[in-house]
Ligand binder design. Structure first.
Ligand SMILES: [Zn+2]
Length: 134
């Protein structure tokens, strides 16, 4: 599967990662099957936001309700890795809860936003996802 992602959503994720640096930024990806349509920033409520993320559950509940019946849904989440590569960490791996969820990881350094990679949770692991930016 190739996931369609608007360039504006990538720009938003990069900006969020830069703004949060040196802490991890996080948020939700909203869309429909095969297409990201919207990025929603969320507070990172992790007790150690310099090396982990936890999407504010209030944001999650708000959007689950708001999207009901719209044909759109929460596809997954994005988060940034300050001073680390855009690859899933061991901590991310144990946080996979649902197959099919999208995981977007952005690397950020003092120079700014770097690589951004897309993964899909499959059988408790991360499968790299091809992306078509439009
Ligand atoms: Zn991570």
């Amino acid at each position: 599967m190739t996931l369609r992602v608007p360039r504006s959503c990538l720009d938003q994720i990069r900006a969020a990662g830069q703004d949060a640096y040196p802490l991890e930024a996080c948020g939700l990806l909203i869309g429909r099957d095969g297409e990201v349509m919207q990025v929603v920033p969320a507070d990172n409520i992790s007790a150690t936001p310099d090396k982990a993320f936890e999407v504010d559950p209030q944001t999650l509940i708000h959007w689950q309700k708001k999207l009901r019946g719209t044909g759109r849904c929460i596809l997954g989440s994005y988060h940034s890795h300050p001073d680390h590569p855009a690859a899933p960490s061991g901590r991310d791996r144990v946080r996979i809860t649902e197959d099919g969820q999208l995981w977007v990881i952005l690397s950020v350094t003092p120079d700014g936003a770097g690589e951004i990679n897309f993964f899909q949770a499959q059988e408790g692991d991360f499968a790299p996802l091809k992306v078509s930016v439009f």
